[in-house]
Design a protein around this ligand. Structure first.
Ligand code: NAG
Ligand code: NAG
Ligand code: NAG
Ligand code: NAG
Ligand code: NAG
Ligand code: NAG
Ligand code: NAG
Ligand code: NAG
Ligand code: NAG
Length: 543
């Protein structure tokens, strides 16, 4: 059981490894083609057989008898070794020999080297020409479109100076000369010549018997004075050459799908910067060989050091892109240059804090308001009690007790009752206003309609008198005298509550033009008589 289990695990691991291995190594060459010669990767359109390369210009010969095995370009004149092929930039690095010219017979070497790079060109501005020697010259002849007498297109001269006075590390014209190559050279030759001033100086010739001329990639060679004595034709220097595929622009090339060379998904076409043809590129986030189908494969940025997810964040890869995120309990974009990841203040905690704060604020507000309200209410009650006493309320209460049972007694109303009855002493309830005060119409809770008189502030010393009068008035029960129903003493001035008599006042009836005409003399006389009777009654009742 255990053995089987571990076997299964091993198989799974192998499968996983296989998947990982196939995933990380996208095809660079055509199927069934060798990808490498020695240490150099040979991606399509280059290849080591005719079937594996785009055409014979891209054919690479691998010299396996050399150590390490070395790739060479096909060339009419010279073996040109290939150091590196870049799909990214459409360039290749090749090495070219040194041209040497010596004045001593037993030193041999070619003073004249011809090159034909076919469809490839030395990259303009990325290579330079270097000349070594005392009174030596180096020249480059461009053979493209050349006819008749040839003239150099690039030249550099290095004159004699005693080694001690020549700058050791700079190549500036004495013993060494350098100049940039600003041409795209494909078919050309370069030549070395020495003792150009034909001076008969045996000593100098013995010290510096040769002149050397070579091309080299910018920055790939650092001059040192001792090199003058040990350079040989075995030395080769790297130069950069451009390559492109096709002979048309992208736009034209795309029209013929069978000849269009950007075969991979996730690839795009770019016109060559100089000269005819185009390059293929994998989309950003993809890597591999855009010239073979399925050559461009997603880059798993998370497995590379260049990804920009901050330490401790979660990097997740998806086709073409990757994203950073923060682990649970952290927030931020997880990026090195972004907000990174920082501990999260949980939303539930925020809610709890917010709730606590708002509840306590509310409680505080509510408490304050309640205290304010109760104290105000207490003040109001105290004020009412004060008014009640001021207005003789206690006296009235005593009297009410004394007379209770004998007759219908004065009722003591509260402010609330009367306020409710008059709709909070609304102006619409005002029946009349005069020197004595204001009279409101009111409807009590038992639906009785009353008139409520709010007197002008009276003399506080007459309270006792006022109360006694009220007791008496309330006992009066005469048909022609408006009945006093009660009073309210809780306000600054006492409120008197009377029976409500509809149909206006006697004054109105007597003096209002329309109505007074209808009153006959008999009626008027009756009014006078009955008024007199009422007065007589009042008089008798109060004594
Ligand atoms: C070349 O000849 C000179 C004498 O003419 C001799 O001193 C020198 O060693 C020779 N060099 C080689 C490499 O044979
Ligand atoms: C050579 O001639 C061709 C056709 O006339 C031209 O396109 C090309 O630019 C010329 N090359 C050089 C280096 O002058
Ligand atoms: C160079 O000088 C030497 C002596 O210094 C002389 O023998 C020789 O003939 C001269 N050669 C030429 C070409 O002048
Ligand atoms: C020449 O010799 C020096 C010192 O021996 C060495 O540093 C240098 O690399 C040599 N140069 C070449 C081109 O072989
Ligand atoms: C090979 O193809 C390149 C571009 O696709 C072209 O410039 C070159 O001339 C071709 N070489 C041969 C030998 O057909
Ligand atoms: C497309 O390219 C193929 C292969 O190079 C060629 O045989 C064919 O004639 C081309 N078709 C067109 C329409 O140019
Ligand atoms: C890639 O391209 C091939 C055709 O070259 C196509 O069959 C395949 O579906 C493509 N794959 C994806 C993932 O697009
Ligand atoms: C990470 O950021 C650097 C700096 O901006 C950028 O050059 C690099 O391409 C980024 N790496 C990835 C994998 O996106
Ligand atoms: C990231 O930050 C560094 C230093 O602060 C800065 O140099 C770099 O350009 C930034 N990269 C991006 C992609 O913003």
């Amino acid at each position: 059981m255990g053995v089987q289990y571990s076997k299964l695990l091993l198989q799974l691991l192998l499968v996983a490894f296989f998947i990982a291995a196939t995933k990380t190594e996208p095809p660079l060459s055509k199927p069934n083609c060798q990808q490498k010669c020695g240490n150099v990767i040979i991606p399509f359109p280059f290849g080591m057989t005719e079937a594996c390369s785009l055409n014979t210009s891209f054919l690479i010969t691998c010299h396996r008898n050399l150590s390490p095995p070395t790739p060479f370009l096909q060339n009419d004149y010279h073996q040109i070794s290939v150091l590196d092929i870049s799909l990214e930039y459409g360039q290749l690095s090749i090495s070219l020999p040194v041209a040497r010219n010596c004045l001593i017979n037993n030193l041999t070497g070619e003073s004249f080297i011809a090159m034909n790079l076919g469809p490839f060109h030395l990259s303009s501005n990325q290579n330079k020409l270097i000349v070594f020697g005392a009174d030596a010259a180096g020249m480059v002849y461009n053979l493209e479109n050349a006819s008749g007498i040839l003239y150099p297109t690039i030249a550099c001269m290095s004159v004699y100076a005693p080694a001690a006075s020549a700058p050791d590390k700079s190549c500036s014209g004495t013993l060494c000369c350098e100049t940039p190559i600003q041409q795209r050279l494909s078919e050309f030759f370069y030549e070395s010549s020495t003792n150009i001033f034909r001076r008969n100086n045996t000593k100098r010739l013995e010290s510096y018997p040769c002149g050397y001329t070579f091309l080299v990639k910018d920055g790939a060679y650092k001059f040192h004075i001792t090199d003058i004595f040990n350079l040989s034709t075995n030395n080769k220097f790297p130069v950069v050459a451009d390559w492109a595929v096709g002979t048309h622009t992208c736009q034209d090339a795309m029209k013929n799908a069978s000849s269009y060379l950007c075969k991979s998904n996730y690839s795009e076409c770019r016109d060559a910067e100089v000269g005819p043809g185009y390059h293929c590129k994998c989309y950003s986030g993809y890597r591999g060989n855009p010239y073979v189908s399925n050559g461009c494969q997603d880059v798993d940025e998370c497995n590379e050091k260049t990804h920009n997810c901050t330490e401790g964040s979660i990097c997740s890869n998806s086709p073409g892109i990757y994203s950073c995120s923060c682990p649970k309990g952290y927030e931020g974009d997880g990026k090195n240059n972004g907000t990174g990841c920082r501990p999260k203040v949980s939303s539930s905690r925020i809610i709890i804090i917010a709730l606590t704060v708002s509840v306590s604020i509310l409680t505080l507000l509510g408490g304050t308001f309640y205290m304010y309200w109760t104290s105000k209410k207490r003040n109001l009650i105290r004020l009412r009690e004060q008014y009640f006493q001021q207005n003789g309320g206690l006296l009235l209460q005593q009297q009410v007790v004394r007379y209770s049972g004998s007759t219908e007694m004065t009722k003591i109303f509260t402010v609330e009752e009367l306020s409710q009855a008059t709709n909070n002493f609304d102006e619409s309830m005002v029946l009349g206003q005069g020197g004595q005060g204001t009279v409101y119409k009111g409807i009590l809770s038992d639906n009785r309609i009353v008139a409520i008189k709010m007197s002008r502030i009276g003399n506080p010393n007459q309270v006792e008198h006022f109360i006694n009068e009220m007791i008496l008035l309330s006992q009066i029960n005469h048909r022609n005298v408006v009945k006093l129903l009660g009073c309210c003493l809780e306000t600054e001035v006492p409120l008197l509550v009377y029976e409500f008599v509809p149909n206006g006042t006697v004054y109105e009836h007597l003096h209002n033009q329309g109505q007074s005409l209808r009153l006959t003399w008999k009626t008027r006389l009756q009014i006078a008589t009955e008024t007199a009777r009422a007065l007589a009654y009042l008089h008798s009742a109060t004594t």
